[in-house]
Design a binder for this molecule. Sequence first.
Ligand code: MF3
Ligand code: CO
Length: 284
Amino acid sequence: MKKFVHGARFTPKSYSDDVEAKLQHYRREGYRLPQRHLLRTPEQMAGIRESAKINTALLDYLSENIREGMSTAEIDHMVYCFTTDHDAIPAPFLYEGFPKSVCTSINDVVCHGIPSTKEFLRSGDIVNVDVSTIYKGYFADASRMFLIGEVSPEMRRLVQVTKECRDIGVKAAQPWTRLGDVGAAIQEHAERNGYSVVRDLCGHGCGVKFHEEPDVEHFGRRGTGMLIVPGMTFTIEPMINMGTYEVFIDEDDGWTVFTADGQPSAQWESQILITEDGNEILTE
Ligand code: MF3
Ligand code: CO
């Protein structure tokens, strides 16, 4: 039942009086705050959680079925079938012209790899599978790395440290701290381990749209950037390179992002909801 107050549609607030008071305080202090529409209503939170459940079930399904010798087009087929079987839509499909339902990024591909019938998973490969779901208009987004056959200890370590970077970023994303705190925590862990953080691609607000504000950089300085506020939903998805952080986009397909030096790259992605006392992991 919709409620009408003074003729306007009443939207339940996701924030308490305490949040309201803090927002006013930080606004007066001149902090960069998220716009109101980025603070999810309870109804939106419920919708995003439903979408996230399908997205996570899909990644669980892929982790049981991905194997050496398979083409990346077969992964794409599994994603399309599983998602549509759950009355959902693969968000990447035709998004800004992206031709497939999922991104599959092997070894020196940083992200946005396009599945192909001519590309096969081989022993020693590390592959990122990035899936995004639209369910009843709400968006979920996550990615995981998979190790194919016998992977070198060096590449295993890259995958492990990148997962730690994602988890450290999620832990740092606390209400009333700053986005720069998240980036700094991730960057410190990556660089302490001898790796570099990709600069040209970032996490993003996600839930009501696929990509919305804010940009969530995986590097930066503490005490800078937008204030993190209860009700925000965004992704944390560090791309960590073994060599230089420099990347380039494939000129022919316009999508595939490669490391500039041909060294491997890894990525793990979660989407979170900022709550009044911490955060809730929506996807992983
Ligand atoms: N899931 C990716 C992200 O994290 C987006 C890839 S969809 C594409 O933002 F269409 F842009 F490739
Ligand atoms: Co994303």
